[in-house]
Design a binder for this molecule. Structure first.
Ligand SMILES: [Zn+2]
Length: 326
């Protein structure tokens, strides 16, 4: 059974990969191995240039027009937020300063008619002094006119504080300072979380066991069914029982040999009736979830959870190799 993402090759076609590299190079919480994605890490670090340019204007290159990739710029614009003081640092058209929003989030069509040089250079102080009216120009479409008056009313409530500097904060960290980790993690915001990731990687099982559990949870082990789909040589039936086709589900919960292991183990917990069936969702929900369900439907036996199997100090779980047959 092959348990390495690539078949020992530095490069390989898709058919040789157990798991796509984009999946491997993603955080463990979303089902990856936690290997940094260098492309996304580079973009996260490029955000730092945009951050320093706004945060530390004493740097000699702060006046330069830095070429920052669009993806990095989007992350910066989403995370960096100004708290207004005198309005001399925040950019009127492009920075996030208007009660936690940017002007183009309130008036997207209006911002499009503003010349690019003013989108980058107009400060909030100058804008609120009336310069934003000149930037827009007189030729506005119907949508822009409506947004113009909406923005007018919002700006009427803004008050500057002369003598107080604008404060730039990074909204995704507790201390308000930029961190590459928060920028990198933002690329995976909205990804589906892997339900068994925490059980796999926080257990005290040997790393090889965790790695196998990770592959099994993704159904990426070279079992008979997977070999058949790829047109590769495969055993005619499960080598253990010689009764059914080999699959990861069969090996873990369906095979008579696996069920013997389950029965032997659960007998020691005095729960022989808990032997999982072939349709038990061990791979999707994890062993712990399955045991919780069992405990919740087993009335009159609360001592199971307080006896140390999973409750109490949790030591039993932390010492039990992850899914028992693995
Ligand atoms: Zn079998």
């Amino acid at each position: 059974m092959q348990i390495f993402p690539l078949e020992g090759e530095a490069r390989g076609p898709g058919g040789h990969c157990l798991v796509a590299w984009d999946k491997v190079a993603s955080p463990k919480e979303v089902g990856g191995l936690g290997i940094p994605n260098l492309h996304l890490l580079n973009l996260a670090l490029r955000c730092r240039w945009a951050w320093l340019q706004k945060q530390d204007t004493s740097r000699p290159w702060s006046e330069f027009d830095l070429q920052i990739p669009r993806q990095a710029r989007v992350i910066f614009e989403a995370a960096a937020c100004f708290t207004l003081g005198n309005g001399e640092r925040a950019c009127f058209w492009s920075d996030r300063w208007l009660f936690g929003a940017r002007v183009d989030e309130i008036a997207p069509n209006l911002v499009k008619v503003v010349p690019p040089r003013w989108r980058k250079a107009r400060t909030v102080k100058d804008g609120l002094s009336g310069a934003w009216l000149l930037d827009c120009g007189p030729d506005l479409g119907d949508a822009s006119v409506e947004e113009f008056f909406t923005l007018w009313h919002v700006l009427a409530t803004v008050q500057l504080s002369p003598g107080v500097d604008d404060v730039l904060t990074w909204r995704w960290t507790k201390d308000g300072a930029y961190s590459a980790k928060s920028a990198y993690n933002a690329f995976f915001a909205g990804s589906t979380r892997a339900p068994v990731a925490e059980q796999i990687w926080r257990s005290r099982a040997p790393y090889s066991g965790k790695f196998f559990a990770w592959l099994a949870s993704r159904d990426r082990c070279w079992t008979g069914d997977r070999l058949e789909r790829r047109g590769l040589p495969r055993p005619a039936a499960c080598p253990l029982c010689d009764q059914q086709q080999e699959s990861i589900r069969h090996l873990l919960v369906g095979c008579v040999v696996a069920r013997e292991v389950w029965a032997w183990t659960l007998r020691h917990w005095a729960k022989p009736m808990w032997v999982p069936t072939h349709d038990t969702e061990l791979l999707r929900g994890g062993l712990r979830c399955w045991l919780r369900q069992k405990a919740s439907v087993t009335s009159g036996q609360p001592s199971f959870w307080s006896s140390g199997v999973s409750g109490g100090t949790g030591m039993t779980w932390s010492l039990t190799p992850l899914p028992l047959p693995w």
